[in-house]
Write a protein that binds this ligand. Structure first.
Ligand code: OGA
Ligand code: MN
Length: 285
């Protein structure tokens, strides 16, 4: 069987079949997957259940993995765990538990790790336990958002710098940190406009962590970020993934956004494991 790439929407996302990503991948096979990722921003593999070790092996083909710190229950490992199940007992976590509240931020459009000085290239999310209803992941293209701008608007934003701040984004959902957690949480500055090194296509790095445009008045800054988000999340620039156990998704964190949707966290189980691959390029701003 040969590698087949099937676009899912006219603008982005593609299904990949004809490859077993749990087996060691030939260089040429991986190169084709990587090229498809650069072209489509989101890749979907179905029927490829992964163990943690297999997910790490596949993820490392894309680059160095970020470590997870802070309040995620998988802190100290290369995984971010998105789940309503207690990592030790496997029992459902109460709705008012800080861990569940924390996951609420995942329901707002964001890209992973944009608040770090070295932004992420991509994330890989694998479905281990899927609820019978809800719990989808929606994706949006900020490459399409950029493409929708006029030539004048593109010129106006070309050199802008955006500040991404984890304290800001968690504040949006009313989450507060202890002083110990706050220590060392500094905002990061990035160029707003990103250029894909493989194909030269531009996108904007926005989403929940994006706090402001450096040097702009607050209201103008918010208007621009909101306008770009509205463009990215137009229905024609989005895709909703209904998970099945064994699905594997890769998304670009500099040209796409994503968010989780609701499910019945009291009666159904959901467990997703995320690895986050670093871009390896630290911002010097
Ligand atoms: C993530 C994330 C969304 C989901 O893992 O980074 O935002 O649907 N997940 O679990
Ligand atoms: Mn995320």
């Amino acid at each position: 069987m040969s590698l087949t790439i099937t676009p899912v929407t006219p603008t982005f996302c593609a299904k990949v079949s004809g490859v077993d990503i749990n087996q060691p991948l030939e260089e040429t096979t991986f190169d084709a997957i990587r090229a498809a990722f650069d072209e489509h921003l989101v890749l979907i593999f179905s029927g490829q259940p992964m163990t943690d070790a297999q997910q790490i092996t596949f993820s490392e083909r894309f680059g160095r993995l970020e470590g997870t710190k802070g309040v995620n229950p998988a802190s100290g490992t290369p995984f971010a765990r998105q789940s309503n199940l207690d990592i030790k007992s496997g029992e459902v976590i109460a709705a008012d538990d800080r861990r569940m509240f924390y996951q609420k931020a995942n329901m707002l459009w964001h890209a992973d790790s944009t608040f770090k000085p070295t932004p992420s290239l991509c994330s890989i999310l694998t479905a281990r336990v899927v609820p019978p209803a809800g719990g989808a992941t929606e994706l949006a293209s900020t490459r399409a958002a950029y493409a929708s701008l006029s030539a004048g608007q593109k010129a106006e934003i070309e050199d802008l710098v955006v500040e991404h701040d984890f304290v800001h984004s968690r504040g949006v959902v009313g989450f507060t940190f202890t002083d110990a957690e706050l220590a060392g949480m500094k905002p990061a500055r990035h160029r707003l406009v990103r250029t894909n090194a493989a194909n030269g296509l531009k996108s904007v790095m926005i989403g929940l962590h994006a706090k402001c445009i450096v040097g702009w008045p607050e209201d103008e800054s918010r208007d621009l970020l909101d306008d770009l988000l509205a463009r990215a999340t137009r229905p024609e620039n989005t895709y909703s993934h209904e998970w099945r156990t064994g699905d594997v998704l890769i998304w670009d964190n500099q040209a796409a956004l994503h968010r989780a949707t609701e499910y019945d966290t009291m009666h159904h189980h959901r467990l997703m494991q995320r690895t986050t691959i670093s871009s390896g390029i630290r911002s010097n701003l």
